[in-house]
Design a protein around this ligand. Structure first.
Ligand SMILES: Cc1cc2nc3c(=O)[nH]c(=O)nc-3n(C[C@H](O)[C@H](O)[C@H](O)COP(=O)(O)OP(=O)(O)OC[C@H]3O[C@@H](n4cnc5c(N)ncnc54)[C@H](O)[C@@H]3O)c2cc1C
Length: 476
């Protein structure tokens, strides 16, 4: 006998944006028995806004990427709370490791050539992003900028590729499927819409219907979120139920479970987590897709340490300097693409460090990381940057509840003929019961890696249940 919406027990694993989106949509559609189990002692997942500097910083998601067909933007577009950043990267200086600053006009020309060399649809559809980029870049340099010193051209390509890798969340562009780049849907409009002095937390609060100045934390979800509740076992049991066991010994029964944990958690845990084991297609997707590591370093000073006319710098490594760097204890700074100011935080600088270097950085002490940064500043700049007053960084990879930052489709996913669609598909119980559903950013077909992808995926699975109960009641 099928239950009705009001009595159906739904448990959502994870209080990131995907889980919160699913829960709010279900509650607004007459599902009364909805709860979220969250392993961390906070909500938000990879949205993590913390007080720092003159207001807040985001250790995770920071920007809303574009406007058109962006469900985050759609939710807030009439509220005046998202602000355009405009051209963020081109004023950032390109500096070589011998301290030479590439003249702005030349740097812009090279950058434009690199941008035009990025693969675009519908062809090519096989191979790696890195191979396509490099081939097209060198062809264009030959024809459009033949007088350019080849060493500078090569250093610029390396820096551009490193920056693109950090946007995609890949260790390097040679592992990224060119198809992913084409099938990922860019939303038109400013790609760096920001939340002013409120951070991405502002959006989460709106999602839960918590008004801006309210001391409330959870709004619609009050009483429905259990923190520090790590799920360690998910059993699809007969008849028509799912049993969840938690690290602290707690036990829950549900009619339906929506699992929103990151791809990294699935990769590490799926064999222990699910009984019976997940279907082969799902396991193929879990193994075939990749969760990259991108970390942020925030430095707070008494006053802005960069001189007038500087908003930041990208690092162009001379080959011999890179060879030397790799022999030192600061080798991880190779993963830093650049250092720059940030919006609404006049006294701060930030840097991104990705890939294996980002993972290595997580294991170093704060002192060692700061030593590395000071070393980098001295290597590239002709002026002194003092030690910061305060420093904070993210460590997304070493946290077992994330194991990385955001997902992408590598070439190995093409070889395995898999993608987010296999992560998305629900797992049915023995009796065909819609027991286990999957959301989370990595399951979004066209917007993976983003908050709007995670939001859309949470809504998608809530709608699946809403649809299921609509068709059940129509049949009854
Ligand atoms: C550094 C960084 C910068 C980013 N910048 C942007 C940006 O500017 N714009 C953008 O659109 N996107 C950005 N992203 C990506 C974006 O943050 C994510 O795509 C999105 O937040 C993912 O949401 P989610 O709900 O799918 O997953 P998560 O936020 O990971 O939520 C899953 C939740 O599940 C919990 N969990 C895990 N295991 C268990 C378990 N066993 N039991 C119970 N709970 C569990 C986790 O603690 C987590 O809270 C960034 C991410 C990072 C890390």
């Amino acid at each position: 006998m099928e239950k009705c919406r009001a009595s159906s027990r739904i448990v959502i694993i994870g209080a990131g944006v995907s889980g919160i989106a699913a829960a709010t949509r279900l509650l607004q559609n007459n599902f009364h028995n909805v709860q979220i189990l969250e392993a961390e002692n906070r909500i938000g997942g990879r949205i993590n806004t913390v007080y720092f500097g003159d207001n807040v910083i985001d250790l995770g998601a920071q920007w809303c990427h574009g406007k058109q067909q962006n469900c985050v933007y759609d939710m807030v577009k009439d509220m005046g709370i998202l602000h355009e950043t405009g051209d963020y990267y081109s004023p950032i200086k390109r500096v070589r490791s011998n301290k030479e600053v590439i003249p702005h006009e030349l740097a812009t020309k090279i950058h434009d050539i690199a941008v035009k060399s990025m693969p675009s649809g519908p062809h090519p559809v096989v191979g790696s992003f890195g191979t396509h980029l490099a081939q097209a870049y060198w062809r264009r340099i030959e024809s459009e900028l033949p007088e350019l010193d080849r060493t500078v051209a090569s250093e610029s390509l390396n820096t551009f590729a490193k920056h693109e890798s950090s946007i995609i969340g890949a260790d390097n562009l040679f592992e990224v499927s060119v198809r992913e780049h084409i099938e990922y849907h860019e939303c038109d409009g400013d790609k760096l819409l920001h939340w002013g002095t409120k951070g991405y937390r502002r959006f989460l609060r709106l999602l839960m219907h918590v008004s801006e100045d309210s001391p409330e934390e959870l709004g619609l979800l009050e009483g429905r979120v259990q923190l520090a509740k790590k799920v360690t076992k998910i059993e699809l049991a007969c008849p028509r139920k799912v049993i969840l066991r938690c690290e602290d010994g707690d036990y829950f029964e549900a009619d339906h479970v929506i699992c929103t944990v990151s791809l990294g958690v699935l990769q590490e845990q799926h064999e222990k987590l699910f009984t019976p084991p997940l279907p082969a297609a799902k396991v193929n997707a879990i193994r075939g897709l990749t969760l990259g590591t991108v970390n942020k370093l925030y430095l707070e000073y008494g006053k802005q340490p960069l001189p007038d006319g500087w908003v930041g710098f990208f690092c162009l490594w001379l080959e011999q300097d890179l060879t030397e760097l790799r022999k030192t204890e600061h080798s991880w700074v190779e993963g830093i693409t650049g250092v720059h100011m940030i919006t609404c935080q006049p006294r701060m600088l930030m840097a991104w460090v990705n890939g294996p270097h980002g993972r290595h950085m997580e294991n170093l002490s704060d002192e060692k990381v700061l030593e590395g940064l000071q070393w980098l500043f001295r290597k590239f700049l002709t002026f002194e940057i003092p030690p910061p007053q305060r420093f904070v960084r993210s460590k997304w990879f070493s946290n077992p509840n994330f194991r990385g930052s955001w997902s992408h489709r590598p070439t190995k996913a093409d070889e395995r003929k898999t993608g987010p669609w296999d992560l998305e598909s629900p797992v049915l119980g023995e009796d065909g019961h819609l027991g286990l559903l999957f959301a989370g950013e990595a399951s979004s077909r066209n917007y993976f890696s983003t908050v709007h992808g995670a939001l859309e995926a949470g809504y998608r699975e809530a709608d699946r249940l809403i649809g299921h109960y609509t068709s059940c009641s129509a049949k009854a």
